[in-house]
Design a protein around this ligand. Structure first.
Ligand SMILES: Cc1cc2nc3c(=O)[nH]c(=O)nc-3n(C[C@H](O)[C@H](O)[C@H](O)COP(=O)(O)OP(=O)(O)OC[C@H]3O[C@@H](n4cnc5c(N)ncnc54)[C@H](O)[C@@H]3O)c2cc1C
Ligand SMILES: *[C@@H]1O[C@H](CO)[C@@H](O)[C@H](O)[C@H]1NC(C)=O
Ligand SMILES: *[C@@H]1O[C@H](CO)[C@@H](O)[C@H](O)[C@H]1NC(C)=O
Length: 664
């Protein structure tokens, strides 16, 4: 008997595994695998087991069953419901809701930390509202998470068209997927965990946020990452490991590291000391043995079931912040919709904490009358506080560059097993190894003004991974248009590609988030404005020139690694490789990096650009805070999940302190 895990998804998964074995499809890469899974699942209507020709007496059948049972048990363990908080929805719908001390909107990275930390104190009662449900198995298997980019577990918003960027994406619009499930974007992310560097927080301090020092962040990080055996089960924590590597990828990593070394870049052996200048393949991630350890899982799921003072309602979308009828500036609760049908209200004696992420937090504030007065007036929303909500939207952005191997090579990666080979599936479920548990990522932090004495990087180079000639389709997951994808494939002429993505660590351009209408269901209007500023375009240009310098190193020359000329008809009337050509390329190929921040910016008390103060209280109203990536005044030098985790750690301490003071 196979264990039953109540996941119909799993039936599809087994079915697809069988289909894959039968068809022996040979496709590598998460994104490619995704499309195979989707297609197979929809094309194969009814499960049909292969009929075996030979007769058997029983023993062989037992062996086969035991293999299926082991894989099935491992899969059930991966999708265990009790690793997530229980859903309080039915109870709330039946009996209504009592008053809470705090209501938290959003159980993403930040919301999970705050809910977990506050409820360590048994006297603090918390209601946590999350728009999504438990993450699917493709989130647990982090190598499959690209398959979630367009799924019911995702907020699928597109930006308004902008001639400066994303022109090579479908419809020429930037895409902003974010996680809509427990764990939020941290449940569909690449799982990379970085703190940024000292200079990031020094800049925050210079902007008037003097409580937010690098030393403070390091201290919070060390506290969170230190595991105390004694409270293993009862306290939420940060769980990090380095990505596993496949042996077959070692030589490729050596190649990239050799090239960067030739360019004078040191090996970064410890990124937790900050993202200084250099290259590395030792990348910390929220992962254990190929399994995602999102903040929602390790901080919240870990403790939720033993905390009667924490109620979580899933499929609950907050639509409005409620103010006191006596005092329009005093927040008293939240209005929300459960399962798209039931409208409820919940009340907080202390604060409402908005942790809906850098797009949805400003959206909720705007819907509630907190934002630029003129915009609210236009929509007929009565303004409660006139604040620059939704401004200062920025992201690292990223720009793919492809290099071709012009010379014969034997770098070992050709022998790496395919992700969807039956052996890889078995390795993942039975041993937590193999390509489904590994990452090939290598990253570099460089200062593009090579000759300056700058100590801090302005460019982040990631990926450095291989795209076999037959799989240029994998670029589709980036939402590149069909024309661009086939163009890359044609230009590659059946040669293997090395792909590198470059991101701006210090983007200057700013966009904004606004409401489309008063209807809370309506998607927000996003003006993303990547590379709107000349300075950003010039840094991206220096990124191209840096990659070209890489291809002049002895390491790269050995394999004849050369930039691929991606056909873009609107740029190809400009002489190839001129600055003008690359400035055009930037308009087409500089796209989103999924790191939105800044839209409810933190600042000093009287800073008119700020939405929240240093204790993350929304200015001009009482009882409301924003705690998530939106409060960053400027983006950090590296992926944003780590800094968001620490922002929430710091917030939880401040919120509890203020709560205690209010009792005194
Ligand atoms: C595809 C992708 C890859 C990424 N890769 C990395 C990476 O490798 N490393 C890294 O450091 N960062 C990565 N990031 C970025 C990182 O995940 C985010 O910076 C981080 O999750 C931000 O945390 P947050 O709490 O601000 O928002 P989120 O984690 O997005 O959480 C917001 C939560 O609020 C919920 N919500 C929204 N609106 C409402 C509402 N009205 N009512 C109730 N709930 C609501 C959402 O469903 C969500 O669960 C990636 C992001 C994406 C999308
Ligand atoms: C990297 O450099 C080392 C030391 O010089 C050399 O032994 C190795 O072959 C190089 N590897 C590649 C892939 O270039
Ligand atoms: C591409 O290369 C592979 C392996 O070398 C070969 O089998 C295939 O026929 C080639 N395809 C084209 C279109 O040249």
């Amino acid at each position: 008997m196979l264990p039953i895990c109540g996941q119909t998804r799993f039936r599809i998964f087994l079915l697809v595994s069988v289909a894959l074995i039968l068809l022996t499809l040979a496709v590598i890469g998460g994104a490619a695998l995704a499309s195979v899974i989707n297609q197979s699942a929809s094309h194969v209507a009814t499960p049909s087991a292969p009929s075996c020709a030979a007769s058997l007496v029983g023993r062989a059948d037992t062996l086969v069953s035991s293999l299926f049972a082991a894989i099935s048990a491992a899969n059930c363990d991966l999708t265990r419901a009790d690793q997530w908080p229980a859903d309080f929805a039915d109870e709330a719908l039946k009996n209504g809701l009592a008053k809470y001390d705090f209501i938290i909107v959003g159980a993403g990275t930040a919301g999970s930390v705050v809910a977990s930390r506050l409820t360590e104190n048994a006297r603090i009662k918390v209601l946590l509202l999350e728009a999504g449900a438990d993450p699917p198995i493709e989130s647990e298997m982090f190598t499959l998470s690209p398959t979630l980019h367009h799924s019911p577990y995702t907020w699928t918003d597109f930006a308004e068209p902008n001639p400066n960027c994303c022109q090579g994406m479908r419809d020429g619009r930037c895409y902003w997927p974010r996680g809509k499930m427990l764990g939020g974007s941290g449940s569909m992310s690449g799982s990379i965990f970085l703190l940024g560097n000292r200079e990031d927080y020094e800049r925050w301090q210079q902007m008037g946020c003097d409580d937010w020092s690098w030393e403070e962040m390091l201290r919070l990080y060390e506290e969170a990452a230190t595991q105390d055996e004694a409270d293993e089960e009862s306290v939420g924590k940060l769980v990090l490991n380095y990505f596993q590597h496949l042996e077959e990828h070692n030589e490729l990593a050596q190649l990239v590291l050799n090239a960067s070394y030739e360019l004078g870049l040191p090996y970064l052996s410890d990124l937790s000391a900050g993202t200084g200048i250099g290259y590395t393949d030792a990348i910390p991630a929220n992962i254990v043995k190929g399994r995602r350890m999102s903040i929602a899982k390790t901080y919240l799921g870990q403790v939720a079931r033993i905390r009667p003072n924490l109620h979580t309602i899933k499929n609950a979308v907050a639509t409005k912040i409620l103010f006191s009828p006596e005092n329009r500036k005093k927040v008293v609760g939240v209005e929300f919709t459960v399962r798209e049908r039931h409208r409820l209200k919940a009340y907080a004696m202390s604060d409402v904490l908005v942790a809906a992420g850098a797009i949805n937090s400003p959206k909720l504030l705007l819907q509630s009358g907190i934002g630029p007065r003129a915009h609210l007036n236009e929509l007929g929303i009565q303004p409660v506080a006139d604040l620059p909500v939704g401004n200062n939207l920025h992201d690292h952005g990223m720009m793919p560059l492809m290099l071709t191997f012009e010379r014969e090579f034997n770098l070992g990666f050709e022998r790496a097993p395919s992700m969807n080979a039956p052996q890889s599936v078995a390795d993942y479920f039975l041993h937590q190894t193999g390509p489904l548990a590994a990452s090939t990522s290598i990253m570099g932090f460089i200062n593009s003004n090579f000759n300056s004495a700058a100590q801090f990087p302005d460019l982040h180079l990631v990926s450095h991974s291989i795209v076999p000639a037959s799989e240029t389709d994998s670029f589709k997951f980036l939402q590149l248009s069909g024309e661009i994808v086939t163009g890359i494939s044609r230009a590659a002429q059946n040669r293997t590609l090395l792909q590198i993505y470059g991101s701006l660590l210090r983007p200057r351009s700013r966009g904004k988030v606004r409401l489309r209408s008063v209807d809370p269901q309506a998607p927000p209007v996003i003006y993303n404005n990547y590379a709107g500023e000349r300075a950003d375009q010039l840094t991206l240009l220096r990124y191209v020139r840096f990659v070209q310098r890489m291809s002049t190193t002895a390491a790269f020359r050995q394999y004849g690694l050369k930039l691929l000329h991606v056909p873009i008809k609107q740029c190809d009337n400009i002489a190839y490789d001129t600055d003008g050509y690359w400035l055009c390329y930037i308009k087409y190929m500089y796209i989103g990096a999924w790191h939105p921040v800044g839209t409810c910016r933190m600042g000093a008390k009287h800073d008119t650009q700020a939405v929240v103060d240093q204790r993350l209280r929304v200015r001009g109203v009482k009882g409301l805070r924003v705690v998530d990536a939106s409060i960053m005044p400027e983006i950090t030098s590296g992926n944003t999940n780590g800094p968001t985790t620490l922002i929430a750690e710091k917030a939880a301490v401040m919120i509890e302190d203020d709560w205690k003071d209010s009792l005194a």
